[in-house]
Design a protein around this ligand. Structure first.
Ligand code: GCV
Length: 700
């Protein structure tokens, strides 16, 4: 029947349209990261020069300007001694820098300050490190080692693996823009477990295509190389770094790369580590290997980043090995070699002391390698904001040149004369719509860039900026989006969510490996607990019992003079401080000491009870995060809210597994009750072990 009155139909239709529109408002796949701001406010950008970088700087201002309408912003090149490298000067006039890259960074800083409500005044802003890199552990078949956000954005398998598509170009450009906005100026495009194929002509053409997209955003392209490449793709009979043919092969290959990519950054090398080839295979050493590549790169200004992540199944404590292997070479590397050292002496554990190589190698530039991807911190399921961990690390005092010789200062050129300085972060980026798998993992990409730019930034400031840039000041009620007063948003969303982020790393340490425990995760995937894992015949230094050393007396790795002696690698007075359980920070107690179950902690509890309380506290914190997030629902679009809510539920379940697994397993040794005021385990140890073994079987 025809409606007598067409109006209701029209209004039904408009309601349907509105409904879908509001669904649209609520659909946020997170792809825009922290670069959401758009504005119609006109701005007059004045620049005497024009170039690809300056065009981007201008467009960014026009796209997101939030200052006075029609204000003039001057972008100018200058020659000011106080401005270092990519630094810039902000003023009421605009941005001045010694390089175009500096101008671009200044523009992003200006816009960030507008968007986050920070003051813009005359200021000189210099970066902490000259080279601020992301390391991608991306394989040429598109998989990403320790990647939890989908396949590689650079590589893929299949017939079109080397075809550069318009989608590739668009994605690479969005990636470059995000990096530039936080000051990252270098990308290593492939895994350190490197395929030699990346140096073949076909792959180098793709590298060139990527480099061409990254360049206007000030980003240099680097490659991880396989030390045996001259044998595998060059068909030489050796890769001996002192062999003349090998030397020539690297010179020619380097020339080929620079012909395609004149601003190529250099090579990252994992050599003689975890089965990768290296100079030791030919009776040579790290200096021979690194200097070979350094000489090939030197004419073009390229760098070698030579990793110190080395360890063997010897009797020597793994935590001591990199120091023992590299210290004798101090001062022997070319000045375009930088030794890349993971933050801790073992391997990106939830908490480690800093590697003793920082500050100790005084005549060789050393750079830190941080892990942005959460290999040991809950993959892209757990919400763990890593800035506090990196802040703690960068501000750790090595004492190598007296008090205040922080890791940051020992690597940024302010303590030692270094021709080049750098820092690297292992990326957490993949093809997932939101780039990082977890919407809050974007904050770790952001934080890495910001801390690499300015090591003095606090985690609090970084979390504040990221939240303001990533979530809009809105209320989402029944699909309808309304702008809210800043005060309301600050109080109900910003404050609690920021606090959750700031507490999240310590919470993860507590429910995974508190008080200095380390390396007790499940084999292969490194996601859940596995303190029991020690199959017959397995290398001891790959098994958790090697690290926790639990027995009927107590728990922890004795690294004092009566144990492995690893404390001796630290400078006084730190060495003495770490040597005694009374003065060792409790957060690192079981890293350096084997202590009895009844050892009295500073708060009066026994070690066993404290361990129980810590595990419990970690779990309770995550339960609390769930409450914080659920209360934030009104202020977040439905998509992102739902994704984070689901992950927090999974995190809670996993945190409980960690707690139950570790406490029930260690209880077999401690023979003491879990304090009765704590929640009882909800999992059986046998079930957890069986579950772990099933997963391991799936890997093997
Ligand atoms: C890229 C750990 C990781 C490996 C990684 C290695 C490294 O062992 O589990 O996946 O390999 O560190 O940093 O080289």
């Amino acid at each position: 029947m025809k409606s007598k009155n067409p109006k209701p139909m029209k209004s039904i239709l408009s309601v349907i349209v509105l409904f879908f529109l509001s669904l649209g408002l609520n659909a946020d796949n997170g792809h825009q990261l922290w670069l959401r701001s758009k504005s119609n406010i006109p701005v007059q950008v004045v620049s005497k020069r024009s170039s690809a970088i300056l065009t981007i700087a201008r467009q960014e201002l026009q796209h997101a300007w939030q200052g006075e309408a029609n204000q003039t912003v001057v972008l100018g090149l200058t020659r000011e001694k106080q401005i270092k490298g990519d630094g810039f000067r902000l003023s009421a006039e605009g941005v001045h820098a010694n390089t175009e890259r500096g101008i671009l960074y200044g523009v992003y800083e200006l816009l960030r300050r507008q968007q986050t409500g920070q003051a813009i005044r005359d200021e000189l802003v210099n970066p902490s490190w000259e080279n601020r890199l992301l390391n991608h552990w991306d394989n040429l078949d598109g998989t990403v080692e320790r990647g939890y956000a989908g396949h590689s954005i650079f590589w893929r398998a299949g017939n079109d693996s080397l075809t550069v598509t318009p989608e590739d170009l668009k994605l690479w450009e969005a990636y470059a823009r995000a990096n530039a906005s936080i000051g990252i100026n270098g990308s290593v495009l492939n895994n350190v477990n490197a395929s030699p194929k990346v140096l073949s002509a076909a792959y180098l053409n793709r590298v060139k295509a990527i480099a061409d997209v990254l360049r206007p955003y000030g980003i240099k392209t680097y490659l991880s190389i396989n030390f045996a490449s001259p044998m595998v793709i060059g068909r030489l009979s050796t890769a001996d770094p002192l062999n003349a043919e090998v030397v020539d092969w690297w010179k020619n290959k380097t020339k080929e790369i620079y012909t395609l990519i004149p601003d190529f950054g250099g090579f990252l090398v994992k050599a003689n580590s975890e089965g990768q080839p290296g100079p030791q295979d030919f009776g040579r050493n790290h200096v021979d290997g690194a200097n070979l590549l350094a000489d090939a790169l030197n004419p073009y200004g390229g760098l070698v980043m030579w990793r110190a992540f080395v360890y063997n199944p010897s009797d020597e404590d793994r935590a001591k090995q990199a120091y023992n292997e590299f210290m004798p070479f101090d001062g022997q590397f070319r000045d375009n070699v930088i030794i890349q050292v993971k933050n801790g002496p073992i391997d990106f554990q939830p908490r480690e002391p800093f590697s003793p190589l920082f500050g100790a190698m005084k005549q060789t530039p050393v750079m830190a390698e941080l892990q942005v991807t959460q290999e040991y911190l809950g993959h892209s399921i757990h919400l763990v904001f890593l800035a506090p961990m990196w802040e703690e690390f960068l501000h750790s005092d090595t004492w190598q040149e007296g008090e205040g010789s922080t890791v940051a200062r020992a690597t940024d050129g302010s303590l030692f004369k270094q021709k080049h300085t750098a820092i690297a972060g292992v990326a957490n980026i993949g093809l997932d719509d939101n780039w990082c798998g977890h919407d809050f993992a974007q904050a770790n990409w952001y934080a890495y860039g910001r801390q690499a730019w300015d090591s003095s930034l606090s985690s609090e400031q970084i979390a504040d900026e990221w939240l303001k840039l990533t979530f809009s000041r809105s209320l989402f009620v029944e699909g309808d989006q309304k702008v809210v007063l800043p005060m309301e948003w600050d109080l109900n969303f910003l404050k609690p969510v920021k606090q959750m982020m700031l507490n999240s790393h310590e919470a993860a340490v507590d429910y995974m490996m508190p008080l200095g425990l380390h390396h007790i995760f499940a084999a292969h995937h490194h996601y859940g607990p596995g303190p029991w894992w020690a199959p017959k015949g397995m290398r001891k230094d790959w098994t958790p019992p090697y690290y926790h050393q639990a027995d009927s007396e107590g728990i922890g790795f004795d690294r004092t003079a009566s144990g492995s002696g690893a404390v001796s690698q630290y400078h006084e007075p730190l060495q003495s401080q770490l040597s005694s359980p009374e003065t060792c920070p409790e957060a690192l107690l079981l890293w350096f000491h084997h202590v009895s179950w009844d050892y009295k902690m500073k708060n009066g509890r026994t070690l066993w009870n404290e361990l129980c309380y810590r595990y419990d506290q970690g779990v309770q914190q995550v339960r609390q995060f769930q409450k914080v997030w659920d209360q934030a629902e009104r202020y977040v679009d439905r998509d992102r809210f739902g994704r984070v809510q689901q992950r927090l539920r999974d995190q809670s379940l996993n945190a409980m597994e960690w707690k139950d697994a570790c406490l029930l397993y260690f209880q077999q040794y401690s023979q003491r009750p879990i304090p009765y005021d704590l929640e009882r385990p909800v999992n059986n140890l046998d079930d957890l072990i069986e579950k772990d073994q099933r997963t391991i079987r799936a890997y093997e």
